[in-house]
Design a protein around this ligand. Structure first.
Ligand SMILES: Nc1ncnc2c1ncn2[C@@H]1O[C@H](COP(=O)(O)OP(=O)(O)OP(=O)(O)O)[C@@H](O)[C@H]1O
Ligand SMILES: [Zn+2]
Length: 405
């Protein structure tokens, strides 16, 4: 075996393969690194996937095809049209279905020998340990920092390997966080970024093929850990640049001050990860009350709902509405009559704005406009209001013909 713990114990010994399975896995069975023993190890193993999205799709399909005995998947989402460009486990006919149902169907079509357990919940501090316990290893295919820290901490507390991956635009990363054998996610990233500092794929986009590459690297690492073969990405962060078509590797060491895997841990149970990452709902008002129109009249920084904005437009008010999205997004849809300054250009184009005039700012979903509002407020603007939910809320509730992205 390799130089990391064998977490399967003697379970593979009791496994047998039927003639059908021998045929199915024959290209594995004839390789010395897998062979009959290795295939039995895969059959005896269990893997938990967090997320049935971009990374989860290739992970679920390849791990099912490879003959992992039991695969659990956690996801609370339903399939959306905007998922289909990369979440290849789901098809057009699955739009509107639970991702878990669609994923399970595809996996069982690929390999009915595999047991697929679905957990249609949002993974959080109250359920993570319970869900993780029966699995040998965990693979993180999620897209947000709160869940990444949660998955990390739960894996360290349970001493389970955590195969990590993340994607953005044309870049991806992967590593293996094997508790106490190598660094954990907190050793690599002790603090989460400021909310809104790192844009999500929903804001910044992602090449549809990219999660295929990173998800397949994660699946490869999981299979190697189970087989006990090769050099895993323990203590190594692999970076993939699709535009330059370059792979680079960074050494990551255990942090002796790590609050969870260090010698004096301050985190000994799961914490509130939304609070730790400063997560706030994108449509939550950042100041003042926003209930009825006019109830916020006293607060020049109270946010607006799309209905309030529409009512003020319809009343013929001469409004200054600032759209801080990027040019590519304007080509998809826009609200008529707005002024456009993409968020990154705002500091150098401040002179275009009137500090004494009310500025109503919007973006796609409300995150970037909240940042713009904070910035303009710091710069001494007298009244800045964020449109909660951005142009997506406008498309949902005001203009049903507007395309959503
Ligand atoms: N805490 C969590 N519990 C369960 N599932 C989660 C959690 N956090 C994220 N996920 C799931 O992980 C998946 C991440 O995949 P991905 O980012 O490709 O999908 P998406 O959220 O559909 O994309 P987009 O944000 O671009 O619409 C999603 O299906 C999401 O529902
Ligand atoms: Zn650590």
């Amino acid at each position: 075996m390799a130089n990391w713990p064998d977490f399967l114990g003697n379970r593979p010994e009791s496994m047998t393969l039927s003639n059908h399975e021998v045929a199915r896995y024959s290209r594995h069975l004839i390789m010395p690194e897998v062979g009959m023993d290795g295939q039995k190890r895969l059959k005896a193993s269990s893997i938990l996937l967090i997320g049935a999205g971009g990374l989860g799709a290739p992970l679920a399909m390849y791990l099912a095809a490879a003959g992992i005995g039991r695969i659990g998947i956690v996801d609370f989402d339903v399939v959306d049209y905007s998922n289909l460009q990369r979440q290849v486990i789901h098809g057009t006919a699955d739009v509107g279905k639970r991702k878990l149902d669609s994923a399970k169907e595809s996996m069982q079509a690929i390999n009915p020998e595999v047991q697929v357990d679905t957990y249609p919940v949002r993974l959080d501090r109250t359920n993570a340990l319970e869900i993780f316990k029966p699995y040998d290893l965990v693979i993180d295919g999620t897209d947000n920092f709160a869940t990444r820290y949660l998955v990390n901490d739960a894996c360290v507390l349970l001493k389970k390997p955590n195969v990590y991956g993340s994607i953005f635009r044309f870049d991806g990363q992967a590593s293996v966080f094997y508790p106490f054998q190598g660094p954990c996610y907190r050793c690599l990233y002790p603090q989460p970024p400021e909310p809104g500092e790192v844009p999500s794929c929903a804001e910044g986009g992602v090449l549809g093929i990219l999660p295929g590459v990173i998800g397949v690297i994660q699946a490869t690492e999981a299979v190697k850990l189970i087989l006990g073969k090769g050099e895993p990405l323990i203590g190594r962060l692999l970076h993939y640049d699709a535009l330059g078509m370059k792979f680079r590797e960074f050494k990551v060491r255990r942090n002796p001050k790590c609050p969870i895997c260090g010698p004096n841990p301050s985190i000994t149970e799961l914490i509130d990860y939304d609070q730790f990452c400063g997560v706030r709902g994108e449509t939550t008002p950042s100041s003042g009350t926003t209930s009825g129109s006019g109830s916020d009249a006293g607060d020049p920084f109270a946010d607006l709902t799309v209905e309030q904005l529409k009512a003020r437009m319809d009343a013929g008010e001469n409004l200054f509405v600032l759209d801080v999205r990027n040019p590519e997004e304007l080509a998809i849809c826009r609200i008529a009559g707005t002024t456009v300054i993409p968020l990154p250009q705002l500091p150098e184009r401040l002179y275009e704005l009137d500090k004494d005039r009310e500025i109503i700012v919007h973006c796609k979903s409300g995150m970037r406009s909240a940042k713009a509002k904070g910035f303009l407020r710091e710069q001494g603007f007298r009244s800045v209001r964020n449109v909660m939910g951005g142009i997506l809320a406008w498309a949902d509730r005001i203009d049903p013909n507007m395309p959503k992205y």
